[in-house]
Design a protein around this ligand. Sequence first.
Ligand code: GCO
Ligand code: MG
Length: 461
Amino acid sequence: MNRREAIGSISLGGGASVLASGELLAGALSPNAAAGFEQAVRGTAAVKIRDIKTILTAPNRIRLVVVKVETTEPGLVGWGCATFTQRALVVQTAINEYLRPFLIGRNVDEIEDIWQSSYMSSYWRNGPVLFNAMSGVDIALWDIKGKRAGMPLYQLLGGKVRHGADCYYHASGASFEEVEKNARAGMERGFRHVRVQVGTPGYASYGARSTAPSTTPTAAGDDVVGPTNPRAIWEPAPYCRMLPKFFEHLRTKLGDEVELLHDVHERVTLTEAINLCKSLEPYGLFFLEDPFPPEENDHFRLLRQQTSIPIAMGELFNTQHEYLPLIKDRLIDFIRIHISQIGGLSPARKVQALSEYFGVRTAWHGPGDASPLAHAAQLALELASYNFGVHEGGTFAQETQDVFVGCPEIKNGYMLAQERPGLGIEVDEKVAAKFPIPAGPTNFDYSWGTTRRSDGTVIRP
Ligand code: GCO
Ligand code: MG
């Protein structure tokens, strides 16, 4: 019986008897086909998880959490991003003390089941620490899957629908002129999208050099910030008054072509956001990001009824309870999730697919505290998904490129696929060790929890 006859008999229902005695068919097939058949019938010639390691490294002074999944196949390893930069040590413990013993010996191919069982393994679930820990393993397993398939990850996700992912450049400054100059620098490098952040004169500001008067502590114990001793002061009213003038300046100087983005960073009330959006409508923003914190998700329904400004939201989201309502009710235009905060590539590709049906595009969170591994995972999704919006991030610092060998290339404002199996990045552990995470407050700490209103009330970031 030759191969075609064997397969013919299976399709005609003779399969059962032949399958029962796999050897028969296997015997009929060429050695390679036989091996493939064996594997298919008996399941994956299981490559197992041999070990899971956590690498903490801080190139460019940004604390990153990297997961290395080692397998029973010599030389086959996967890399994943578990970066919760503000709580890196807690994520490391969650991986080393809990996920590692739970997953050693598992079949590397069972990515979805490993995600679901890890999710259930803590009984109490969700939250940034456990999801970042799971994300590190999840993205590493996808890296391994791509390497086993001998394909770049975007190929496993459906192949290219675009040649590159359009990126947005970060331009910030303490004055309109300084931001204008930095925005021009990004445009000259080929970026069509520029995020613009300016300091509110006299106040601590997000995403821009602050011009607030420095308030060095005078008396002992005076450095402990509290409601009666506010230090970094921020007020919404001067910011909301300043912003339309800022965009007027930029549109006058830079013209209408460049796509401008701005991050409110969750700092205004509902009515402030409505008035702000109305005052910015004439400037044709690509998107206005995070007007509200997740705690005030219900404001979006009201904001949506009042303005046509494209809205982006979501870097602080952890669970589906936060992002599903905004997507299914079409209350936002761009979903901004930090993919490791929801558990990695497996949940992110579900969010991407779901969002397509509600006209929501992706703009995954991608500043310095998303490692190149997260950027590569996002890029794979962005190259293979129809509802791509924009990719955050203009460059990888040299130190970062030295640790993450094979960072995606950015050319003419596009992040380009690395045509290598898996994520296309290998972490140089020796170089990573040269950037131990420093003790003390994180540098990516825009004074979270310490920025306050003039009356001492702490603000949401
Ligand atoms: C962004 C974000 C970041 C966050 C930072 C927190 O849009 O890129 O808002 O700047 O503040 O990632 O660690
Ligand atoms: Mg943001």
